[in-house]
Ligand binder design. Structure first.
Ligand code: HEC
Ligand code: HEC
Ligand code: HEC
Ligand code: HEC
Ligand code: HEC
Length: 494
């Protein structure tokens, strides 16, 4: 019985051998094919010309990587979405300060009230900086950090040491440093060498402002659950400072290359360009960092004095990396490049789309790889987020204008600077929050709930400031800046 149950007939054995042989041949053929394709994918290019650290001209890299170069060139094309992707080949993009007049009044006393436009594609970054009417005010050499292929010039200024050159660059005028850049033949917008190692093509960061900024973030205590290698470094013996080019993982690098520029910063002639991340990346963390910063002359930090009120104002600039850091996408490991440089297939090889632009022009590859819903539905979800953000932003702007009106009126009635101290401190707090979200370029998309929180606080501080200005005769009666924490936490203490 037993033998019979387990037995094999001769024909059965032969059949199995034949099937196994066929299957093996098929699997081998498949493996060979996969390997070939993998190699094809790994080496989609022939290195036809040698590129080095000094090759800033993207056209030369383009000989080796025609695919990426072709898409890179398309950043010169005109694009448009409702809130983003403006500009292109027209003379200059639209003025933001004309579209939202409260922005202009908010910036009175600063060059942004003269000229502040929509951004456009990377191809224009250097010319737009050269041509902005903000250049009618003296600007510092630091500006070039994010608008040109600047590293060879930093090396020259630092006798070979780029970090040392960077530290000096703020003392030069924009005009002098920019002339030098062009003389050296490096007058290009952000180029391949800024994000890629010329020998290996590995992603890397080059910008000193970012390298110092991310080191300060690592050395601080702010929670950064979306940056696991920063956490890992904190738990290590910290023998060397956190170095993104050594310590970061690939997912992080796919955002860090953008965070070399799409961030809040100080950029003027009192100290080197500074990314304010020592206390963390939220609007409140960055405000604390600036509040704790003093210049060499002992003056507390501010970007400009408001021309109407005299308040010492903090100006926010494009904090895309910071806001993204607070959102669910960052938390889920979705990098800037996933949405703004999605893969496109060319035969067997995948290439990253170097036409960096609004992902809403490219929902199929930018979003639908993860979100299996229709393009219409995705666009409508984004529109709902952006519309809510836009409405809150406008309300915040109106509240700030009311504060400024109240300050004007109090001054006309004879209020002294001292009696307006509280109102002006509240203007600083309100305006910082409003500008943080207004200057961020996703209209709230990168972190919708965080954007709403910041705008809610902005409107609250603006109204508190308005009340303080209206009650200037009773100055001292109104407590300075009531914070959310003071209201107490609904969670019971343990
Ligand atoms: C989950 C996808 C996603 C990720 C991740 C993401 N973005 Fe965006 N980003 C968007 C969307 C959607 C918009 C809104 C575009 C619009 O309004 O046309 C946007 C807008 C922008 C804009 C303005 C675009 C324009 O056309 O004017 C910039 C700049 C930007 N993002 C930079 C970044 C940076 C830098 C990072 C990483 C720190 C990042 N984004 C991460 C989806 C993303
Ligand atoms: C830390 C990087 C960084 C530095 C430093 C920097 N920029 Fe920019 N700049 C950007 C980014 C990113 C954008 C695109 C996003 C935007 O427009 O908000 C931009 C946009 C611009 C634009 C086009 C939109 C507009 O504002 O009208 C101009 C002009 C400009 N910058 C001028 C300057 C000048 C002048 C300086 C020096 C005072 C400077 N930038 C310093 C990163 C930087
Ligand atoms: C060297 C600095 C620098 C780096 C690095 C950089 N950007 Fe930009 N980016 C800019 C500047 C400056 C502008 C505005 C140019 C202008 O308006 O003339 C800009 C514009 C944009 C725009 C608006 C494009 C449009 O069509 O309106 C998007 C989107 C964007 N950048 C995303 C990214 C992403 C994503 C990365 C990383 C893969 C990145 N940038 C890396 C400086 C930089
Ligand atoms: C603002 C940063 C940035 C600039 C500038 C840039 N790249 Fe890239 N590049 C990336 C990112 C991000 C990836 C994706 C890499 C990854 O995930 O490993 C990439 C990938 C690549 C790859 C690998 C294959 C692929 O497509 O994913 C090649 C080759 C490449 N880039 C060539 C170029 C060339 C050539 C230029 C200049 C014309 C250039 N890059 C400019 C950010 C940049
Ligand atoms: C690499 C994957 C990936 C890509 C690409 C991606 N998303 Fe997401 N998205 C996620 C994940 C993960 C979440 C978190 C929710 C979840 O776990 O399902 C999310 C959440 C969202 C949410 C809810 C946001 C919130 O705050 O609750 C929206 C809206 C969204 N994505 C839109 C987009 C759009 C628009 C794009 C393209 C521009 C995009 N996503 C690209 C993975 C992705």
């Amino acid at each position: 019985m037993k033998r019979h149950q387990c037995g094999w007939s001769t024909t059965g054995v032969l059949a199995v051998i034949v099937i196994v042989a066929i299957a093996t041949a098929a699997v081998t053929a498949l493996l060979v094919n996969v390997l070939e394709r993998k190699n094809e994918a790994k080496q989609p290019f022939l290195r036809l010309v040698e590129v080095t650290e000094d090759t800033t001209d993207p056209a030369e890299w383009g000989i080796n990587f025609p695919n990426q170069y072709d898409s890179y060139l398309r950043t010169a094309e005109s694009t448009r979405t409702r809130f983003g992707g403006h500009g292109g080949s027209e003379a200059l993009p639209e003025q933001k300060i004309e579209r939202d007049p409260w922005l202009k009044r908010m910036f009175l006393g600063y060059a942004f009230s003269i000229d502040y436009r929509d951004r456009r594609g990377h191809a224009y970054m250097l010319v737009d900086q050269e041509e902005t009417a903000r250049q009618t005010k003296p600007q510092t050499g630091s500006c070039l950090h994010c608008h040109a292929s600047i590293m060879p010039l930093y090396r020259k200024l630092g006798d070979g040491d780029a970090m040392a050159g960077f530290e000096k660059s703020y003392q030069y005028s924009y005009k002098d440093l920019n002339a030098e850049l062009h003389d050296m033949g490096h007058g290009h917008a952000v180029s391949c060498v800024d994000c890629h190692d010329p020998d290996t093509m590995a992603l890397r960061v080059t910008r000193p402002g970012f390298i110092y900024g991310i080191q300060a973030l690592a050395e601080g205590e702010a929670e950064v659950p979306h940056l696991p290698t920063v956490q890992k470094w904190r738990e290590s013996n910290r023998a060397a400072p956190y170095d993104p080019n050594i310590d970061a993982n690939r997912t992080e690098m796919r955002s860090f290359v953008c965070a070399q520029c799409h961030v809040e910063y100080y950029c003027a002639n009192k100290m080197p360009l500074t990314f304010p991340w020592g206390d963390g990346l939220t609007a409140d963390n960055v405000e604390k960092f600036w509040n704790d910063t003093t210049f060499d002359d002992g003056q507390r930090f501010f970007d400009y004095k408001h021309a109407e009120s005299g308040a010492e104002i903090l100006k926010a600039q494009h904090p895309e990396f910071e806001l993204w850091s607070q959102g669910i996408h960052a938390r889920s490991g979705v990098a800037c490049a996933d949405c703004h440089m999605p893969y496109q297939r060319e035969g067997a090889s995948k290439a990253s789309d170097h036409w960096v632009r609004s992902p809403l022009l490219n929902v199929n590859r930018a979003c639908q790889t993860c979100h299996r819903v229709s393009e219409d539905e995705i666009l409508s979800r984004v529109d709902a987020i952006q519309q809510r953000n836009f409405d809150l932003l406008q309300r915040g702007g109106a509240a700030l204008m009311d504060l400024l009106d109240a300050v004007q009126k109090a001054k006309e009635e004879g209020a002294t600077a001292e009696q307006l101290t509280q109102a002006l401190e509240l203007q600083r707090k309100a305006q910082w929050r409003l500008d943080f979200i207004a200057a961020e370029n996703s209209m709230g998309f990168h972190a919708p709930q965080e954007a709403a929180r910041v705008l809610g606080e902005a409107a609250d501080y603006a109204r508190q400031g308005q009340v303080a200005a209206l009650l200037w005769r009773e100055s001292g009666a109104v407590p300075v800046a009531r914070h959310a924490e003071e209201a107490g936490s609904p969670v019971a203490d343990d």
